[in-house]
Design a protein around this ligand. Structure first.
Ligand SMILES: [Fe+2]
Ligand SMILES: [Fe+2]
Length: 191
């Protein structure tokens, strides 16, 4: 399915607010892809569809994941909303006819990151945090970094922001976010 057909199907399945957020992520991901020499069409499509599984009620996500043999971890049971990322990746093929593994991986990793993230994975993770509809205290600093910093420096700031947020809320820190952040630090990026 091409972008326009995906957009129309997504619009019919998501609540308006989530759909508008998805358009913002697609647009932001496209701009970042241009800046970092990543395939812009893939970035726009991954951005558009990253939250496609948000159409499922949170209470049904564990069941929907198990039905598709998607692994469900204890963290997923504690925070079932996390499953919209792997479920969304699965449904790219199931509902949107998209079989591109790079797009599927970027959708699967958009909530908590992961080991060995590709530039496309990083762009989708970050675009989700800074699309024009986002409004939280640290967002303008992250948007400024998006204009001028190297991709890994941007992601380091994004992971730090995300971990700080969950710490302040007293919530679980996902180990995949820690892994992704550590990888960047171990690769020698300066804060
Ligand atoms: Fe999401
Ligand atoms: Fe999102």
């Amino acid at each position: 399915m091409e972008y326009e057909a995906c957009r129309a199907l997504l619009e019919s399945r998501l609540k308006t607010e989530r759909y508008v957020h998805s358009l913002g992520v697609a647009e932001t991901a496209g701009k970042l892809a241009r800046r970092f020499g990543v395939d812009e069409a893939k970035a726009r499509l991954a951005g558009l569809l990253h939250d496609n599984a948000r159409e499922f009620p949170v209470a049904s996500m564990i069941e929907e994941a198990r039905r598709r043999a998607i692994p469900v971890t204890p963290l997923d049971i504690a925070m079932p909303l996390l499953l919209h990322a792997p479920l969304g990746a699965y449904r790219l093929k199931e509902l949107y006819g998209i079989e591109d593994a790079a797009i599927a991986q970027a959708v699967a990793r958009h909530t908590v990151g992961g080991a060995g993230m590709t530039p496309l994975d990083k762009i989708i993770y970050f675009a989700d945090m800074i699309e024009p509809g986002r409004d939280y205290p640290g967002v303008s600093k992250l948007r400024k970094l998006a204009e001028e910093a190297p991709l890994d420096k941007i992601l380091l700031a994004a992971f730090s922001e995300s971990i700080t947020f969950v710490l302040q809320k007293g919530q679980l820190i996902h180990p995949d976010t820690v892994t992704a952040r550590n990888e960047i630090l171990l690769a020698g990026t300066q804060v």
